[in-house]
Design a binder for this molecule. Structure first.
Ligand code: AMP
Ligand code: ZN
Length: 113
C-alpha cells in the first residue's frame, strides 16, 4: 500500500522513533510545529477518523495513553501539551493514516478560531 506511515512502520522509510510497541509507533514529526512534536501512529492502517469503528476504541485509548507516557518521558507533562487528530481537508489532514500529534515545549494559542 502506498502509505507514508505504513512505510515508516515497516522500515521502508526512516523516522526518528521515540516509542514502539505491538500496537503503535511514535516518531518525530519531520516539520515540527513546536519544540517537541511527535506523531503517535497505530500499526494498523486506518485512513481517517471516519474509518473507525467501536472495535478500535482500545487502540485509540492506547494511543492517547502513549501520548501521556511520551509527554512524561520528555518532561513536559506538568507544563502541558496539546494532542490533535486532524480529519480530512478542513482540518488539514495530509497523511491518510490516522495519527495523534503531540505538541509541547511552548504555550499553545487558544482554540477560539
Ligand atoms: P496531518 O496534517 O495531521 O495529516 O499531519 C501530517 C504530519 O506528518 C505533518 O505534521 C507532517 O509534517 C508529518 N510528516 C510528513 N511526512 C513525514 C515523515 N516522513 N516523517 C515524519 N513526519 C512526517
Ligand atoms: Zn498506512
Amino acid at each position: 500500500m502506498d502509505c507514508l506511515f505504513c512505510k515508516i512502520i515497516n522500515g521502508e522509510l526512516p523516522a526518528n522513533k521515540v516509542y514502539d510497541d505491538d500496537l503503535v509507533v511514535a516518531f518525530d514529526d519531520i516539520a515540527p510545529k513546536a519544540p517537541h512534536h511527535k506523531l503517535i501512529v497505530p500499526k494498523v492502517h486506518i485512513a481517517t477518523l471516519n474509518d473507525l469503528d467501536k472495535n478500535h476504541n482500545p487502540l485509540l485509548g492506547h494511543m492517547i495513553h502513549t501520548a501521556s507516557v511520551i509527554a512524561k518521558d520528555l518532561g513536559v507533562a506538568e507544563n502541558g501539551y496539546r494532542t490533535i487528530f486532524n480529519c480530512n481537508k478542513d482540518a488539514g489532514q495530509v497523511v491518510f493514516h490516522i495519527h495523534l500529534h503531540l505538541l509541547a515545549g511552548r504555550p499553545m494559542p487558544g482554540m477560539t478560531q
